[in-house]
Design a protein around this ligand. Structure first.
Ligand code: NAP
Length: 232
């Protein structure tokens, strides 16, 4: 799809959650290589080894770490152009009637409550500069175009909710210059999928990193896979 893109991200600041490994690590790498100042979110900042990124302590389930991270970016950089809500966990493969309650809670807290809370605190910085982007790393498992069934119910519902956050941000803040999009990276070989998936993390990061390069006239409020809109 032909979309206006920044060729380089020099002078722009990005925050990527869950940047220690898998798809998030690759998104952070791509954004840094494209010239952005990248804050690489990690529960343990020593897990960030890239020398051209700024490791930042950020467990998305801890409100105090969220506010401290946003405060640090404000103090050090004074701007935030790109927020990538990537951090996520996969729950057990049980159906809902068999799933432990704490597994439901952990999945929704990490995959849904975390991005909502982080975005809430990041919004003042994001809205300071017209054309800021929020990229929500969702999943086709959250699509509700057809009936939902099978395993990982909390994961599926968390991603449906994350897509709801994208639609809300678009509806409420697009007129203020915010571009919010959801993306499914495809089925990617990471710790989450135990190496059985066909795509590399680099391939999985391609469309999220592309969305992070959207210029203000590019579309928002959509769900993407392989650089094309897909159904919600
Ligand atoms: P992964 O390799 O398991 O990496 C997950 C990342 O999330 C790690 O950096 C992990 O940090 C971080 N994380 C987990 N809980 C966190 C928390 N409470 N606070 C902050 N960070 C936390 O998974 P992945 O496959 O790269 O997945 C990345 C995103 O893509 C997820 O949102 C996932 O749902 C989505 N996705 C993946 C696939 C796929 O096929 N892999 C498909 C569709 C969507 P630690 O190192 O500290 O644990």
């Amino acid at each position: 799809m032909d979309v206006p893109l920044y060729d380089g991200l020099g002078g722009q600041v990005a925050l990527v959650t869950g940047a220690t490994r898998g798809i998030g690590e690759q998104i952070a790498t791509e954004l840094a290589d494209t010239g952005a100042t990248v804050y690489a979110g990690a529960r343990d900042p020593t897990d960030i080894t890239a020398t051209n990124q700024r490791a930042i302590e950020l467990d998305v389930t801890e409100e105090s770490e969220i506010t401290a991270a946003v405060d640090r970016i404000d103090t050090e950089a004074g701007q935030l152009d790109i927020l990538v809500n990537n951090a996520g966990v996969m729950d057990s493969r049980d159906s809902l009637d068999e799933m432990p309650t704490d597994s439901i809670e952990r999945t929704l807290t990490t995959n849904l409550h975390g991005p909502i809370t982080l975005t809430k605190y990041a919004l003042p910085l994001l809205l300071d500069r017209s054309g800021s982007r929020v990229v929500n790393v969702s999943s086709g498992l959250g699509q509700i175009t057809d009936a939902q069934s099978g395993d990982m119910p909390a994961y599926r519902i968390s991603k449906t909710g994350l897509n709801g956050l994208t639609k809300y941000l678009h509806g409420e803040y697009h007129d203020n210059g915010l571009l919010a999009n959801s993306v499914c990276p495809g089925y990617v070989q990471t710790d989450m999928t135990s190496g059985t998936a066909p795509r590399t993390p680099q391939e999985g990061a391609e469309t999220p990193a592309w969305l992070a390069r959207f210029k203000p006239a590019a579309p928002g409020g959509r769900f993407w896979r392989d650089k094309r809109p897909i159904d919600w």
